[in-house]
Design a protein around this ligand. Structure first.
Ligand SMILES: Cc1cc2nc3c(=O)[nH]c(=O)nc-3n(C[C@H](O)[C@H](O)[C@H](O)COP(=O)(O)OP(=O)(O)OC[C@H]3O[C@@H](n4cnc5c(N)ncnc54)[C@H](O)[C@@H]3O)c2cc1C
Length: 429
């Protein structure tokens, strides 16, 4: 038997839930099909190491208009981790110790030079491909542009590690335009971009945001409902799940990340650009690791280089007899978030006085329902594929943070994309 509804939303992450909420308000019958046994997708608050940890997306900021509107709408409390008292970084093989301000001063000249043409190339982050000749700069990686600066080794490693933290990827894979898009979203200020992407978080976790949107959505939301096939035509689509359920809908919203969208069995198949982007994959292939160490310790942060398994680490929770650190590396194949010994060795790059008690995380790259962390495009992807990735195909619409204009790859972008697609469907009726 085939059920009928107005709209099927594939994916119950932030983008899917926002789309469902908006369309439910319009009086449409909406069914959300989520493959995992939980909602939220790449945001996931889970209780581990004695704390509620963000296994995926975490930080948001008031310069992210869509995310902040949800914070205001649901009255969500925002907090921040402890301010680092100490900073560690590398100059070649030597460890330097200083302050946060000292580190920021060290990377400032490189950041300014790297990003000085931000507003020339991305004058309107809400229309990221609007600059004439953008393709001439979209062919470069961040690595290309960093190398051009010929920075002294200490500045070079510090800048490199800061960008690995942002890109969650080897820098030769990440498009320079992605760095420009992030910075354009904060009107050219790298300081503000840095703060927006890595300081403030929801006090009770992203779980509270997911729950608030889901509770507000007048929709039939189903978990453990993986979509395996979509057949579509001018009059509507039939969506089939892995367990064989079939739902007929007038429109379908797909919210799958770039790295898995092309794998879905869609007939007629998706346009060549969407499939090519999926084959090429995004640049991001890194890892986020949570580390519990014996305390008390002073809050600190540390940056190494792209070559190290962990490039960035900092204190996120301070207890009386322990502390929990959050850490990022460029390549998930180089370190497992579950390998205590490997994490212990990675930390010794900066300090040998920390006693690692436990580690945790999630291998998002191996997860069949994401196969990526957060969007960082590769060279050429912005100018070759982005417009087509956003474009509806008949009754199929495409939401998801990966296809957002301003804060693509962020929670904010997921919300923006859900609002955009809901409007597309509203105006199509
Ligand atoms: C480690 C990590 C750290 C991050 N840090 C930050 C941060 O600090 N700040 C920030 O703003 N962003 C951060 N992000 C990015 C942010 O979490 C994502 O951009 C955002 O959550 C994506 O939302 P989405 O709805 O577009 O996609 P997703 O959350 O990926 O949602 C897609 C949904 O589709 C489901 N799905 C997949 N296949 C199928 C199928 N066949 N059938 C049905 N359902 C399917 C998935 O299970 C998923 O729930 C981070 C992400 C990760 C992984």
């Amino acid at each position: 038997m085939t059920e009928e509804t107005d709209v099927v939303v594939v994916g119950g992450g932030i983008a899917g839930l926002i789309t469902a909420r908006e369309l439910g308000r319009d009086g449409l019958r909406v069914t959300v099909l989520e493959a995992r046994d939980r909602l939220g997708g790449r945001v996931w608050t889970d209780h581990r190491l004695g704390r509620d940890l963000e296994i995926g997306g975490t930080w948001l900021h008031w310069v992210q208009p869509h995310a902040w509107a949800e914070v205001t709408r649901y009255g969500l409390e925002v907090t921040r981790g402890p301010r680092p008292e100490e900073a560690y970084w590398l100059a070649g093989n030597e460890v330097r110790k200083g302050t946060l301000d000292g580190f920021m001063e060290l990377i400032d000249p490189g950041m300014r030079r790297l990003l000085h043409e931000t507003m020339r190339w991305i004058p309107r982050p809400d229309a990221p491909t609007s600059a004439a000749g953008l393709e001439t700069v979209d062919r470069f990686s961040v690595q290309d542009k960093l190398d051009e600066l010929a920075l002294p080794v200490e500045e070079y490693h510090a800048n490199e590690a800061a960008w690995v933290g942002h890109f969650n990827a080897p820098l030769e894979d990440g498009a320079f335009t992605s760095a420009l898009r992030w910075t354009a979203a904060t009107a050219g200020s790298w300081h503000l971009m840095h703060e927006a992407s890595a300081v403030f978080r929801l006090a009770s976790g992203t779980r509270t945001l997911v729950e608030a949107i889901a509770a507000d959505a007048d929709a039939d939301v189903r978990t453990s409902a993986e979509v395996s096939r979509i057949e579509h035509g001018p009059a509507g689509a039939v969506v089939t799940t892995s367990s064989g359920d079939r739902i007929q809908a007038r429109r379908v919203v797909l919210t799958l990340p770039q790295n898995i969208l092309g794998d879905l069995d869609v007939s007629p198949r998706l346009c060549a650009e969407k499939r090519a982007a999926g084959r090429e994959k995004t640049a991001a292939k890194g890892v986020k690791v949570w580390i519990r160490v014996r305390g008390p310790i002073e809050p600190f942060f540390a940056y190494s280089s792209a070559a190290h398994p962990l490039s960035v680490v900092r204190t996120e929770f301070l207890g009386e007899d322990d502390a929990v650190l959050v850490s990022f590396g460029a390549d998930s194949r180089r370190i497992s978030p579950h390998d205590v010994d490997a994490v212990r060795a990675a930390l010794r790059v900066w300090r040998d006085d920390l006693e690692v008690l436990d580690v945790t995380g999630h291998d998002w790259m191996a997860d069949p329902h994401s196969r990526e962390t957060w969007l960082m495009q590769r060279p050429h992807q912005l100018t070759r594929y982005f417009a087509a990735q956003q474009r509806a195909e008949g009754v199929l619409h495409f939401a998801g943070s990966d296809y957002a204009n301003v804060w693509a790859g962020f929670i904010d972008g997921a919300i923006e994309s859900g609002l955009r697609v809901a409007r597309e469907i509203r105006t199509a009726h």
